[in-house]
Design a protein around this ligand. Structure first.
Ligand code: PRX
Length: 542
């Protein structure tokens, strides 16, 4: 695009996505075409976003929230979530977006670990925070988006605060290394880790939005990801707006009729979505596609889980569109490996490395492996959107790097022509419809139930979700494993963690396989579930 992304050394993401766009003559251009779940439409210009994010920045200042302090939104897809995100970046706060489905444990882990000072939420969700608030001494202020007046001295009304705040705000000149966005990610052991990014990440987010997604001045871009996850912030906010591109946002969930209607009627030109959603669309009645006019849609991109070749083939025949798979992680902040127009697709492959990104396939001992070998997918450290730490856990951060390589936790191989093929994770993290679920967190939550003595949680292949969560439980003697207990278990996981972590099956076992130090062997559970050989079980305690 014709304008300089970084002007006068100003890396501030909030500024670049709003004021800089107005200065480039896009003040009256629609930045956001917003659709409610019932398809009611509201348009917001770049100038609207500039004004409302400035108001939010001013209200933060008024509340004494300063540079470097942490705040979160805890909201479903909403305009307030986006305004708060941009406004807090203008103040150089560290800003996070909590998935609105999170339960109490998930909230407590994140708000507690980050010592968050402020949360923007709505009345119905606030109840979850209220229940844990006494365990969050750093949390000073709650702002509710849907109350007209303040509820108390520290539970305040968004409309009231915003009405009182000024629309002009002087954004400080922000360096590339200033901390910016915080997203928590789950591992296979321990609590979720806070992946901290910097304002300089905008370079890679912007570059990939233009060079991979191909976004330009006249595009209408739709990223279906929820803002609670990295795709929703890197590509549902930052990348496209850093280029002055109009984005469509639909605040409802998956709905084939509404989705196709929006794609057609609004003339979306570039669409970024996820394999589970595409597989769901593939399973819909094919009549839905008759007469559908997607001529203006140039291409579809996908991220988050492996994109199976069947979906690519279906899209070619049913939609007459190519789907380009892309790969990245919360930690990488932006796309690193991708299929993209101009590079022939090899269905099933994640594509090739982007210019400036150097992946490697390494053995466990750090040896670089030749093409065709399976190993750890690593990246040469130092790309612009590389995370700067795991908040309060620098040792975990450092453990991800060795000899200048970042270990992604994925296993892959590279073919002779430079295409990367995903094999799986090197740890036990479960990827269910693009959401990473920690078996450790589900196991711990299960143990909170008095009926459950032991638990082991695994992910197994699933045709729709890529992987599904399976829980094995050993229940206390004298307790019956009834349908009610199973329902209680599912509800408990939804309330404590989130609906994405709910086990699809809960299976009762008399004894869970453990190694000699008493650790539950998920590998053995998985092999037994799948009817496979469990491999070396010499450490199994019988
Ligand atoms: O295992 C890879 C999988 O999702 C992980 C990253 O998840 P998260 O940090 O939540 O970020 C999701 C949004 C980018 C990766 O380590 N993953 C991501 N993209 C792909 C993928 N697996 C296979 N193919 C992909 N294209």
């Amino acid at each position: 695009m014709s304008y300089e992304l970084i002007q006068n050394n100003q890396y501030n993401i909030g500024h670049i996505c709003t004021k800089q766009q107005c200065e480039a003559g896009r003040g009256k251009k629609t930045a956001m075409r917003w659709f409610s779940p019932r398809l009611e439409r509201s348009d917001y210009t770049f100038s609207d976003l500039e004004g409302s994010s400035n108001r939010f920045a001013n209200l933060l200042k008024g509340l004494g929230i300063a540079k470097g302090e942490v705040l979160f939104t805890f909201l479903p897809k909403s305009t307030e979530q986006i305004v708060a995100f941009l406004g807090s970046l203008k103040v150089e706060c560290i800003t996070g977006t909590l998935f609105s489905n999170f339960g109490e444990d998930s909230l407590l882990d994140r708000l507690g670990d980050s010592a968050a000072r402020l949360v923007v939420t709505r009345k119905s969700l606030y109840r979850k925070i209220e229940r844990i608030r006494d365990q969050l001494p750093a949390l000073r202020t709650i702002i509710l988006t849907d109350v007209a007046a303040d509820l108390s001295a520290d539970v305040l009304s968004w409309p009231h605060l915003m009405a009182d705040a000024s629309e002009t705000f002087a954004v400080p000149v922000t360096t590339a290394d200033t901390p910016s966005v915080l997203h928590y990610t789950s591992g296979s052991t321990g609590k979720p880790k806070g992946v901290l990014h910097r304002h300089g990440s905008v370079l890679q987010q912007s570059h990939t939005a233009s060079e991979v997604l191909g976004l330009g001045e006249d595009d209408l871009f739709w990223c279906t990801a929820d803002q609670g996850w990295v795709t929703g912030t890197s590509y549902g906010i930052i990348g496209p707006w850093s280029l002055g591109v109009t984005q469509l946002h639909y605040s409802g969930g998956y709905d084939a009729g509404h989705w196709l209607d929006l794609l057609q009627r609004e003339r979306v030109t570039v669409w970024y979505t996820a394999p589970t959603a595409l597989r769901m669309l593939m399973r819909e009645e094919q009549e839905l596609y008759q007469g559908l006019d997607l001529n203006h849609l140039k291409q579809i991109f996908s991220v988050g889980e492996p994109l199976n070749p069947e979906v690519i083939i279906w899209s070619r025949s049913c939609l007459d569109k190519e789907i380009y798979d892309t790969w990245f992680q919360t930690e990488t902040g932006a796309i690193m490996i991708a299929n993209r127009p101009g590079v022939p697709i090899r269905p099933g492959s994640m594509g090739t490395a982007l210019p400036g990104i150097e992946p490697g396939i390494l053995a466990d001992d750090g040896t670089e492996l030749p093409a065709g070998s399976q190993g750890n997918l690593c990246l040469k450290a130092g790309w612009d959107s590389m995370f700067i730490t795991y908040l309060n856990n620098d040792s975990a951060y450092r453990s991800k790097f060795r000899d200048g390589w970042y270990y992604t936790g994925d296993m892959a191989w590279q073919d002779r022509d430079g295409y990367y093929w995903f094999l799986g994770r090197s740890d036990d993290v479960i990827n269910t419809s693009g959401h990473l679920v920690s078996p450790f967190e589900v196991e711990s939550a299960l143990l909170e139930l008095p009926e459950i003595a032991e638990s082991g949680v695994i992910g197994v292949p699933d045709e729709l979700l890529f992987e599904k969560v399976i829980a094995f439980v050993h229940i206390d003697a004298g307790i019956e494993f009834t349908a009610e207990l199973e329902l209680k278990i599912r509800l408990h996981i939804a309330n404590r963690l989130s609906s994405v972590a709910i086990p699809q099956e809960v299976l009762q076992l008399e004894r869970l396989p453990k190694n000699k130090s008493g650790k539950i062997m998920r590998r053995v559970l998985k092999a037994r579930y799948l009817g496979l050989d469990a491999g070396d079980i010499s450490t199994l305690e019988e």
